[in-house]
Design a binder for this molecule. Structure first.
Ligand SMILES: *Cc1c(COP(=O)(O)O)cnc(C)c1O
Length: 504
């Protein structure tokens, strides 16, 4: 028998670079390697003094990595295989609504006229781009029941801040901006931040038994000092605020406004319109409900929509269409809170969101919401009793469990989340909302098939079983990922965000 030329171990290392020293993985540079061949220089190599201050010239670039094209492509392709992605499997991050990003969106967003047009183009040369913004605005108004909107904010949180600034400007125009914003204790952390940045004091409203706003506590808290209530609906427990109409009345009767955090409209498309229920201002996350990509620092889009009494305060410019069908930007908005972002928002994301809306159409959008709700309820019913359900109610787009039943074996939410990675799933959102101790917040979205949901349920059941019979296995997870338990505090405090050459 001929001996193998190379040991299995060596082949595995060469192919996957598993178990190699971190530094070796990132250090691919070798003196003299080149990825490009530049044409011969046909201008003076050193520009004359009149063109360039000679002191600004560098003789050489220190520490520039020298790599071939193959090295670069393989390096990044290899890194991508060590990561998790929505294109690999379910990504059940509750509240983050990680739905599939349809490839048709990417095709359309890459059309030259959209991707290459300069934001300083005169309006007459970019009517198509203005039409996209106008059409998306009209669709979002129809979906939300609101009267007017701005597509400028580049994130949900920025939409919130814009919305609260609009509330402040409106109340100010009536003589008194007021002092406080009320926020339920189940809210996303961006809500109190946005209110505080806009200059308001934040007052917490406790949730009732069912996880919804406690209406009598709210009634006691609403005074003439309250500018608005910021309400997430469905709330972060995935439960619809059934008392919405009463809540709106309480605020309005004291001259306050209702802000709705509509980051997760994923349960409501084509089913309920906040504008019909008295909401004064809200934001949407196109990078959640409307399938544009997010995470990894990618651009977001958080349009803010208002009822007509708040319209004069929207950021400028707004996109308008005249009687002849010509589109223009309107900068003449004297009461506007001003511009909140350069140019017109993340235009490429607006194109993608409109592609998603038009691909689905009204009936299709309604079905996405119905499927999202069905999927969340399926997971709730399959895992009920195996994981603790602190608020056992029909789910909308997401369902929140806790680690209560696993705690008696010493297993916690963090460990369950890490163990899920061994089973090939991205973990759910953990330890949020804060009102649930050890929360595991699962949002499957409509993207997932019954087969994928069943795999996820099986993995969660297996982890519950392991927690009881072999808790150490769960506590030491993940076992199958390239890196194991990270020092998350150090990663947050001293992040390594770019390659730096090793000092020789
Ligand atoms: C995601 C989210 C936000 C914030 O959106 P960003 O785009 O991350 O700023 C606000 N509220 C809720 C309920 C969310 O889920």
């Amino acid at each position: 028998m001929t001996p193998p030329l190379m040991s299995d171990e060596k082949i595995r290392k060469a192919r996957t670079h598993v178990n190699q020293n971190e530094a070796l993985i990132f250090e691919r540079s070798m003196p003299g390697k080149r990825g490009v061949a530049l044409p011969q220089c046909d201008v003076p190599e050193v520009p004359p003094e009149s063109v360039f201050d000679q002191k600004a010239l560098r003789a050489a670039i220190d520490d520039f990595p020298e790599v071939s094209e193959v090295d670069v492509v393989r390096h990044f392709t290899r890194l991508s295989t060590w990561n998790y992605a929505i294109d690999l499997g379910m990504y059940p991050l509750g509240s983050c609504t990680m739905k599939y990003n349809p490839k048709i969106n990417e095709v359309v967003a890459r059309y030259e006229g959209f991707a290459q047009s300069h934001p300083y183009l005169p309006e007459v040369l970019c009517q198509g781009n203005l039409k996209i913004q106008h059409m998306l605005g009209e669709c979002l108004k129809e979906i939300t029941g609101m009267d007017a909107l701005s597509l400028q904010p580049a994130a949900g949180a920025q939409g919130e801040l814009t919305g609260i600034l609009i509330i402040r400007a409106y109340l100010q125009s009536r003589g008194n901006p007021r002092k406080k914003i009320l926020i339920p204790d189940s809210a996303h952390g961006t809500n109190p931040s946005s209110a505080a940045i806009a200059g308001y004091q934040v007052e917490n409203i406790k949730s009732g038994e069912q996880g919804c706003v406690d209406v009598s506590a709210l009634r006691d808290a609403v005074t003439e000092d309250v500018a608005a209530l910021m309400l997430t609906n469905p709330n972060t427990l995935g439960v619809y605020e059934r008392d919405l109409l009463a809540i709106v009345d309480i605020l309005h009767s004291k001259g306050g406004l209702v802000y709705m955090d509509g980051a997760n409209m994923n349960a409501l498309l084509g089913v309920a319109r906040p504008g019909d229920n008295g909401v004064d201002v809200m934001h949407l996350n196109l990078h959640k409900t409307f399938s544009t990509p997010h995470g990894g620092g990618g651009p977001g889009a958080g349009p803010v929509a208002v009822k007509s009494h708040l319209e004069p305060f929207l950021p400028h410019p707004t996109v308008e269409m005249d009687a002849s069908g010509t589109y223009s930007y309107n900068f003449k908005r004297p009461l506007s809170v001003g511009r909140v972002r350069s140019f017109y928002g993340n235009f490429g994301m607006l194109v993608r969101a409109l592609a998603y809306i038009l691909t689905n159409g009204p009936g299709g959008l309604k079905q996405t919401s119905e499927d999202a709700v069905l999927n969340a309820n399926y997971i709730r019913s399959q895992l009920k009793g195996i994981y603790d359900l602190p608020f056992d109610q029909p789910s909308l787009h997401e369902v929140v469990f806790s680690d209560h039943l696993q705690n008696k074996y010493g297993v916690t939410t963090m460990e369950i989340a890490k163990r899920l990675m061994d089973y090939g799933f991205h973990p759910p959102t953990v330890y949020f909302p804060l009102i649930v101790h050890g929360a595991l917040m699962i949002e499957p979205t409509e993207s997932e098939s019954l087969e994928e949901l069943d795999l996820f349920v099986e993995a969660m059941k297996a982890i519950a079983e392991e927690s009881a019979t072999n808790p150490d296995l769960v506590k030491k997870a993940p076992h199958n990922t390239r890196v194991h338990k990270l020092d998350e505090v150090a990663a947050a405090r001293n992040p390594v965000l770019r390659w730096k050459p090793k000092k020789t």
